[in-house]
Ligand binder design. Structure first.
Ligand SMILES: Cc1ncc(COP(=O)(O)O)c(C=O)c1O
Length: 397
């Protein structure tokens, strides 16, 4: 009898009761928009910004409507102008180059290495050759690059780094949290991230000008004094006429759902890591799999699992995936000819000018990915591993 997983891997983690209670209270009050002209003391969005800034050890925080908006606004508030070049690791998700396209800027794609993170040597070479003054460092699928090496290259070439921390809420490199290395960090609370509010994004920074511009651009109108984790009036005075309103605010309802989840982060990450390592350990026993290395400096927060299917052709990999999906474990594949679901790679982004990326293409050609819902029990995690191992065995017959 073949193992079959009877659990939908797309099941998001439901917000806790405290989120439900806060949301109902707010719904009853009617104050769903974060700004009120009579002042909005105790507004959920302003409180969230204070709490999130404290969590990240940053001075300022701006809550917005999605992770993609957070990236767009952080880059724009950092000074990106149309036609500016922005370095970006080639392994990321479509909303990341999408944010660059939204700015009418130009993505300069940087090769990744076998750890699925930016290759510092290629970053250095492309920084030098392109003259780019921005790096959008995407910690894709929770894999954290050698951030000291990356920061040193940024310093050498006077590059402003914005971090995309959509998959690394709470992850660290050598004890420093992602979101603390760059000029700003952008986070997402879309349902499959560490926090689930359906949609949502957050920017953190210590830069007062970036913070004031991002607040104004997010759509604060002249109600920006209602922000608590924000710079002084003098800083806003420098920007308030010049910053366009892009209407990307976070609603008070989303903030109310998010706030009670903040304190759950350590326990959630610990459980995610347990489930990840349990399955990864089982898959590692199979001759057709290899996993990206995790150096000791990296404290990772996985919400999904990545592995390479080695020694198989593309049709063979696709046959394994079909078999495993039929047994309840949909594996995602970054090497497919067309983008599927949330997965895609650089050659699928037709709005980005084609760039040779032989190393990244070779790495992604066998990269597989499995979503790990937090609700997965140990028994279900073992069944998941059994399904994948048995599907791989089928390929050996
Ligand atoms: C790596 C990465 N960055 C950014 C985003 C954008 O986040 P959002 O969906 O909240 O716009 C995503 C979305 O899943 C992502 O995977």
């Amino acid at each position: 009898m073949r193992a079959t997983l009877d659990f939908d891997l797309a099941t998001p983690e439901a917000p806790p009761q405290a989120s439900v209670d806060a949301a109902i209270k707010l719904l009853k009050s009617g104050f769903l928009f974060r700004y009120a002209e009579m002042g909005s003391e105790g507004n959920e969005a302003a409180l969230l910004e204070q709490e999130f800034a404290a969590l990240l050890g940053r001075k300022y925080c701006i809550a917005v409507n999605s992770g993609g908006s957070a990236i767009f606004l952080a880059l724009k508030a950092a000074g990106v102008k149309p036609a500016d070049k922005i370095l970006l690791n080639a392994f990321t998700l479509a909303p990341v180059p999408g944010a660059i396209e939204h700015l009418h800027a130009e993505s300069v794609l940087v090769e990744i290495n076998e750890r699925l993170v930016i290759d510092p040597a290629d970053l250095r070479a492309k920084a030098k050759a392109s003259g780019a003054k921005y790096l959008l460092m995407s910690h894709m699928r929770g894999h954290v690059a050698d951030m000291e090496a990356v920061a040193a290259i940024c310093e050498e070439f006077s590059i402003k780094m914005i971090e995309d921390c959509a998959h690394t809420m709470g992850a660290t490199w050598n004890g420093t949290q992602t979101g603390q290395f760059g000029l700003a960090g952008a986070f997402s609370s879309q349902s499959y991230k560490q926090f689930n509010t359906g949609e949502g994004g957050l920017i953190v920074t210590d830069d007062e000008d970036l913070a004031a511009r991002a607040i104004l651009m997010s759509g604060s109108y002249m109600l920006y004094p209602q922000h608590a984790a924000a710079p002084s009036e003098a800083v806003f005075a420098r920007w308030k006429g010049a910053a366009a309103n892009h209407s990307m605010r976070m609603s008070a309802l989303v903030a109310a759902i998010l706030r009670p989840q903040l304190s759950l982060l350590p326990a959630r990450n610990a459980r995610w890591r347990e489930v990840h390592d349990r399955i990864a350990g089982r898959l590692a026993t199979h001759q057709l799999t290899r996993q990206p290395q995790r150096p000791p400096e990296e404290d990772y927060t996985p919400t999904s699992l990545q592995f390479f299917m080695e020694g198989l052709s593309q049709p063979q990999i696709e046959a394994v995936i079909k078999d495993s999906t039929a047994h309840g474990v949909p594996i995602k594949f970054f090497g497919g000819n067309t983008p599927q679901g949330f997965t895609s790679r650089a050659l699928h982004w037709e709005y980005v000018s084609p760039q040779p990326l032989p190393r990244s293409e070779a790495i992604l050609a066998t990269l597989c990915d499995i979503r790990l819902p937090l609700g997965l029990s140990n028994e279900q995690a073992d069944t998941l591993a059994d399904v994948v191992l048995e599907s791989l065995n089928e390929a050996l017959i």
